[in-house]
Design a protein around this ligand. Structure first.
Ligand SMILES: CC(=O)N[C@@H](Cc1ccccc1Cl)C(=O)N1CCC[C@]12C=C[C@@H]1CC[C@@H](C(=O)N3CC[C@@H]4C=C[C@H]5CC[C@H](C(=O)O)N5C(=O)[C@H]43)N1C2=O
Length: 112
């Protein structure tokens, strides 16, 4: 059973550097990425995957959407969430990109 992409938005993927207390672009990528929510229908799992727009081979982010995860829309174009290791941020290209992505994440959280 393969995975189905439920949304594709444009965002720059950021990680919060706890030491520096600052957001930094994700490893190895400058600028925009395509961020997607993938649904593995077989075991009903979801993950957020980002690929650099300049080089689709570069996976910028790949993290699970876990049950009861808090996905925070800090602003209409900046959303963030955390796991035990780090805090992730998505700086979207537009409010529409952000809204569509949040809908897909909310849908995933509703079915987990
Ligand atoms: C309790 C908690 O973890 N709170 C988190 C947010 C959050 C809430 C609920 C669920 C998950 C998360 Cl990650 C939180 O407040 N965090 C996570 C690390 C950084 C931060 C803690 C403090 C600072 C205060 C300002 C805010 C922040 O970082 N913001 C607000 C939105 C703004 C939008 C864009 C990014 C891009 C660069 C700019 C900046 O850092 O200059 N910036 C920010 O300043 C962002 N902050 C945060 O987002």
């Amino acid at each position: 059973m393969s995975e189905v992409s439920t949304v594709k938005s444009r965002a720059s993927v950021m990680m919060y550097n706890n030491e520096k207390k600052a957001w930094e672009p994700a490893e190895g990528v400058r600028g925009m990425s395509h961020v997607q929510v993938y649904h593995h229908e077989g075991n009903n799992t979801f993950r957020i995957v980002g690929r650099s727009m300049t080089d689709h081979q570069v996976v910028v982010i790949n993290c699970s959407i876990i049950r009861n995860m808090k996905y925070n829309a800090a602003t209409p174009t900046f959303h963030q969430w955390r796991d035990q290791r780090q805090v992730y941020g998505l700086n979207f290209h537009s409010k529409d990109d952000a809204a569509q992505f949040k809908d897909a994440v909310d849908e995933a959280l509703d079915t987990l």
